[in-house]
Design a protein around this ligand. Structure first.
Ligand code: ADP
Ligand code: MG
Length: 383
């Protein structure tokens, strides 16, 4: 199905119409976890796992959406209010709902979807789905938005429609990624800087096979805990609406007034911002050793202070640290499972992946999916 021709014929066979086809990638975050909603810094990469959308107009006033991943079709009436149904169609229909709220009149259409971003594994299949649907629907009505604005609209789909209180990172990188580059994003003003990933460095993504869910309990709890610490600092000196504005000195000064957990969550977020900016500078000057060191430090902070990891992810990182060729390893994404990102010397990447799979399976009895990926372009139309 990687072949857009096969995808196109699937749409044609089902809907008897020629589709316009779009692609949006999943992502892996090199560093900067739980900093995006605190208006801080993140450094993700768009990956060569993506979601495809084919769209064609309809004349019967219906919106018909098919996901090849689920083998399921859903029908809606164009122009009618849309309610979330805790179903995969919430993501594409959320896009329709948000665009309608922006004043667009969305007519009937057929949409087919297929993706190879593993679902619910922390590689952001949901953002890929939102961004690809938005591009497809906007093209249908002859509209477009700049990448950063598109990302904001798709984040609103997740926040306001799906009910997952995520930040802007996933949608932003899916819309704006660049081949062979990582993207340092300032989540406050959405300014960004691209840093090339050296050709001799591979991105090895290791799936712990433990499912995470950001709509579930832990992600919002951590967010609340870190925001409670922020409110205490803000109460004292003002000018700290987000942890982005707080310093380690603030934390030391007023930390005793915080719940111990809140203190630790905030410590992670504040130090993570510093690490993420330092990591982008290391990458820009090609200092992979320093980048790897910062990734290791980030994992410890994520695991110990933020308590956002799990036994399996800690093990995956520990095993990676024993293997030749590793530059840096950490749990990536919203936490509590999902994938680790390993920067590995390219010529050792295959052996690294094989050995990591073997050792993790031996310890846990679970065979992990391990992918050697590369940084890819953000969402675009496939001609
Ligand atoms: P992640 O974004 O890390 O993959 P989420 O739980 O945020 O995990 O999003 C996964 C959900 O997104 C799936 O359960 C499904 O509802 C939806 N989804 C993603 N890709 C597709 C697809 N190709 N077809 C239908 N639904 C999809
Ligand atoms: Mg998601």
């Amino acid at each position: 199905m990687h072949d857009p021709k096969v995808f196109r014929s699937m749409h044609e066979a089902r809907f008897h119409a020629e589709p316009a086809v779009f692609v949006a990638p999943g992502r892996v975050n090199l560093i900067g976890e739980h900093t995006d909603y605190a208006e801080g810094f993140v450094m993700p990469v768009a990956i060569n796992f993506a979601t495809l959308a084919g769209i064609s107009p309809r004349t019967d006033g219906k919106i018909v959406i098919y996901s090849e991943n689920y083998g399921e079709e859903k029908t809606f009436e164009a122009g009618q209010p849309i309610v979330a149904a805790k179903h995969w169609s919430d993501y594409p229909m959320g896009v329709v709902s948000i665009l309608t709220g922006e004043g667009h009149k969305i007519p009937g259409f057929s949409l087919s979807l297929w993706g190879d971003v593993p679902l619910g594994s922390g590689l952001s299949s949901s953002a890929a789905l939102e961004v690809v649907t938005a591009l497809a629907v906007l093209s249908l009505i002859g509209a477009s938005y700049p990448g950063p604005v598109l990302a904001r609209l798709c984040q609103r789909v997740e926040n306001e429609f799906v009910g997952a209180n995520c930040g802007i990172m996933d949608q932003f990188i899916s819309a704006n990624g660049k081949e062979n580059h990582a993207l340092l994003l300032d989540c406050r003003d959405l300014s960004f800087r691209l840093a090339p990933i050296p050709a001799n460095v591979a991105l090895v993504i290791a799936n712990t096979m433990v499912k995470h869910s950001i709509a579930g309990g832990d992600y919002p709890t951590r967010r609340r805990e870190s925001e409670a610490a922020c409110a205490i600092i803000n109460g004292h000196r003002g000018g700290v609406p987000f942890l982005r504005d707080a310093t380690l000195e603030d934390l030391e000064k007023w930390g005793s007034e915080m719940e111990p957990k809140s203190y630790l969550r905030a410590k992670h977020v504040i130090t993570e911002d510093l690490r993420t900016v330092a990591a982008s500078e290391a990458l820009l000057r090609g200092d992979m050793k320093e980048l790897g060191r910062l990734m290791a430090e980030a994992h410890t902070s994520y695991s110990k202070d933020f308590e956002g990891s799990c036994v399996e992810a800690d093990l995956m990182v520990e095993l990676a640290n024993e293997l030749p060729g590793l530059i840096g390893a950490r749990l990536t994404g919203g936490g509590f499972g999902g994938c680790t990102i390993n920067l590995v010397e390219q010529d050792k990447a295959q052996a690294f992946a094989d050995e990591l799979r073997k050792r993790y399976a031996a310890k846990t009895g679970i065979v992990p999916e391990i992918h050697i990926c590369h940084a890819s372009d953000g969402a675009h139309q496939l001609k």
